[in-house]
Ligand binder design. Structure first.
Ligand code: C2E
Ligand code: CA
Ligand code: CA
Ligand code: CA
Length: 275
């Protein structure tokens, strides 16, 4: 019953998102959202598979609309990309994530999602450098997540930009791995620090031989290339156990923690006093 309910919810959102009226509403209201402080970040733990210790938090954007309540990122991020608002939003995300992470005495890292549109700006590396400098967060505690659509975009100087980001000292992760169609060739062209195995494989790992075979191929390949793997969307102990046995280094999903606002994290207890 729960599953059917979620399916209905997803279809409902899909239909809404497709409607031109909903899209216009998002576009208009999103312009005000930053200034009105309606955007914020939630953080989801990424744990070491071997011992469950949290090593990093992924920053996930949240929009709390004053009338409509929470609006899912998948409804408004595409609009932000099409309209160019993603540049302002992306800058906010970078600065906010670095600022909040710089207060975590635990020294844990923060992972920030970068959209393909952000790679069309030659100033991207300078923006990342500025977020690091302003916050005082050491570059080694910043991880940047990109999807392969960044690498597919012919209108950006993506490899050069990735090189600059790495030069700053940040780590680069390839997100949603396995969902694209030519992912393997990228592993030759750029030295990624981490590969994130998409949730669609993790969801079926205990029930589908095919999903298991794909995960096994990814972890094997990553091991021989010296790249860390993180599995996304881990929801059950059985999945976690299986992923650990397959040699997946890090796990992320509701089993270990949902995305939460910064003050709700265990980090808050050891936070440095506000400056
Ligand atoms: P993503 O980068 O693949 O992020 C993982 C998504 O999976 C998040 O959804 C997270 O809440 C969800 N998730 C995590 N664990 C589980 C689980 O165990 N089960 C299930 N069912 N879901 C899980 P969210 O927060 O709705 O974000 C959706 C997408 O929006 C992200 O996918 C990312 O592509 C994009 N996004 C979010 N924040 C940002 C941002 O600051 N900048 C950019 N450019 N994109 C963002
Ligand atoms: Ca991500
Ligand atoms: Ca992902
Ligand atoms: Ca995903």
């Amino acid at each position: 019953a729960k599953r059917a309910g979620r399916g209905r919810h997803a279809r409902f959102h899909g239909a809404l998102a497709a409607s031109a009226r909903y899209r216009r509403l998002i576009e208009t209201d999103l312009r005000e959202a930053i200034a009105r402080r309606e955007l914020s970040l939630h953080y989801q733990p990424i744990v070491r598979a071997a011992d469950g210790e949290t090593v990093c938090y992924e920053a996930l954007l949240r929009w709390h609309h004053p009338v409509r309540g929470p609006i899912p990122p998948l409804d408004f991020i595409p609009v932000a990309e099409e309209t160019g608002m993603i540049h302002e939003i992306g800058t906010f995300v970078l600065h906010e994530a670095c600022r909040q992470a710089s207060r975590w005495r635990s020294g844990r890292s923060v992972a920030v999602n970068l959209s393909p549109a952000q790679f069309r700006s030659p100033a991207l590396a300078a923006q990342v450098a500025s977020a690091l400098a302003t916050s005082g967060l050491p570059a080694g505690r910043l991880e940047l997540e990109i999807t392969e659509s960044v690498l597919l975009d012919p209108s950006s100087n993506n490899l050069a930009l990735l090189g600059q980001l790495k030069q700053l000292g940040a780590r680069i992760a390839l997100d949603d791995f396995g969902t694209g169609y030519s992912s393997l060739s990228y592993l030759r062209t750029f030295r990624f620090d981490k590969i994130k195995i998409d949730r669609s494989f993790v969801r079926e790992i205990c029930d589908s031989r095919e999903a298991l075979a794909v995960v096994r191929a990814i972890t094997g390949l990553s091991r021989s290339l010296g790249i860390v793997t993180t599995a996304e969307g881990v929801e059950t102990p059985e999945q976690a156990d299986r992923l650990l046995r397959e040699g997946c280094g890090q796990l992320q999903g509701y089993l270990f923690g949902k995305p939460r606002p910064a003050p709700a994290l265990p980090e808050a207890e050891t936070a440095a006093p506000a400056r």
